[in-house]
Design a protein around this ligand. Structure first.
Ligand code: CS2
Length: 490
């Protein structure tokens, strides 16, 4: 359907396509794996903003698992609307940086050909934590992962992210193409190193020479990415129709805030991103730690406790004075002391986060953030807990966040209803947590070394605090537990 009554569909020849650059001159310079809402509101905007100055950096995107993205965007020439909203204003603009979008499930060869195209100088990715096929506690590739086993047996028809990248790099080496950068834009600690580790780890399993070539020639800069981008809903499409007056099957809605800190290592060159607000630095690690522990740590705590307490969206959760106090104190008293010096005034950063979470124009579901906890918690909460334990300091609020995740992952809510838990370890978590006394249930969950590592389960202090919080969640419920803690009862 390209029309709906008097409304026309966004497309290059129809409506909405008056871009500030000539799109017919734009050529591809980047292949991006994992075109979700986040990438379309973040990396794609940093690219869209430089296409007037340098049109050689257009993006060829790929969806790795689902055909719906291509189906939505192809009829509108891969144009889409970026909707920037807060409680005061709504702005819309059309983005033209995406030149094509391949569905890797049926266009794998086209995707590999694009990745091995001489014009491509950056392969970027937002494939979420689980796309790395690694062990989240250690960051090493999981050799028993079904997709990795598939790709080892069928290296020319890869399905995993490491498999696709290694095959593309192999093709580039065979064609004697110059080196490029593989740029992770995922919320992982040291995301460049993590990507390098899984890519070279997979290459080593296939061919030592190839692994050496990758180590020698390919750069894996780390990045800290930040913009809150909830999944698009029908309501967002209706808003675009009403305000912009055209049909867009897949707009993306986000907040005004955006931040991108990037390590400046691009052997094939890069767009002049510093001109459009990106911060190019030598070492991204301090920024990543700050963002993962402060923003994402708070987000996960709000998501689990908020969901259990009946809050559908983050803004609703943070409007609850007890939850707000909890994450305020979590950031101030538990996280800040674990961060490196030189990051500026962390209290200002904290207050900005609290304001961003309170944006009621963003319908960011607690359920969405609650997904994939087993992949997220190591970098969001467990790092903070580890560091505090090592210094003999309490980590009560962070531990309550972990307990709330486990309570959520048990699969039954406070009213006895099923929770739709989305997590690669969902079945194992549910089996571990759904029967027996809390101490036995937690004992089984803590055996998951890929989440907790070998060290945390050994800590008596951590075990005792986790049990205390978990038992309180079961007895009192989420909001009463928070009240108890915030009001000093503990
Ligand atoms: C969120 C993040 O879904 C989640 O887990 O915590 O996507 C968060 O919105 C972004 O990292 C913000 O930059």
């Amino acid at each position: 359907m390209t029309t709906d009554g008097q409304f026309r569909r966004l497309s290059a020849t129809s409506v909405g396509a008056d871009l500030p650059y000539d799109r017919s001159l734009v050529t591809p310079g980047i292949v991006h794996l994992g075109v979700g809402a986040f990438q379309r509101a973040h990396l794609a905007i940093y690219v869209d903003d430089i296409l007037g100055a340098d049109p050689s950096w257009g993006i060829i995107g790929a969806s790795l698992r689902r055909p719906d993205t291509r189906a939505a965007l192809a009829p509108q020439d891969f144009l889409y609307t970026l909707v920037v909203r807060d409680d005061v204003a709504t702005h819309m603009r059309v983005v033209g940086a995406l030149l094509d979008l391949l569905d890797a499930t049926v266009q794998r060869d086209e995707l590999l050909t694009a990745m091995a195209d001489p014009r491509i100088r950056i392969i970027s990715l937002t494939v979420t934590e689980k796309g790395y096929c690694h062990d989240p506690a250690t960051g090493w590739i999981d050799p028993a992962h079904p997709d990795i086993l598939h790709d080892l047996a069928n290296p020319h028809v890869p399905v995993s992210v490491p498999g696709l990248i290694v095959r593309a790099l192999e093709m580039r080496r065979a064609a004697a193409l110059p080196p490029l950068a593989v740029l992770s834009c995922d919320n992982l600690p040291a995301n460049g190193e993590t990507t390098a580790r899984v890519v070279t780890g997979f290459a080593e399993m296939r061919d030592d020479d190839l692994a050496q070539y990758i180590r020698r020639e390919i750069a894996f800069p780390s990045t800290m990415v930040d913009r809150i981008v909830p999944a698009t809903t029908e309501v967002d499409c209706a808003l675009v129709k009403q305000v912009a007056g055209y049909l867009d099957a897949w707009p993306v809605v986000t907040e005004p805030f955006t931040q991108w800190v990037v390590e400046d290592r691009f052997p094939g060159g890069r767009p002049p991103w510093e001109r459009v607000g990106a911060e190019l630095v030598a070492d991204v690690r301090p920024f990543e730690l700050m963002k993962l522990r402060m923003l994402n740590g708070s987000h996960s705590i709000l998501a689990y406790l908020g969901y259990l307490g009946g809050c559908v969206h983050i803004a609703e959760a943070v409007a609850n004075p007890l939850l707000r106090r909890l994450i305020h104190d979590f950031m101030t008293d538990e996280v800040m002391a674990t961060l490196p010096v030189g990051l500026g005034d962390l209290a200002v950063y904290r207050d900005l986060l609290l304001r961003r979470f309170a944006n009621t124009a963003l319908k960011h579901r607690t359920w969405q953030i609650a997904m994939d906890g087993s992949q997220k918690l190591p970098q969001r909460l467990l790092g903070t807990i580890r560091e505090r334990l090592a210094r003999g300091l309490a980590a009560t609020r962070a531990t309550l966040g972990v307990a709330a995740w486990l309570r959520y992952a048990s699969g039954i809510d406070e009213h006895g209803k099923d929770i739709d838990v989305r997590d690669p370890l969902a079945d194992r978590l549910k089996a571990a947590l759904s029967a027996g006394a809390p101490v036995a249930a937690l004992g089984r969950a803590l055996n998951m070394n890929e989440v907790f590592g070998a060290d945390l389960p050994q800590s008596e202090v951590f075990r005792a605090e986790l049990l205390k919080q978990y038992a309180s969640l079961l007895e009192r419920g989420a909001l009463e537990t928070v009240k108890h803690l915030v009001e000093g009862g503990r």
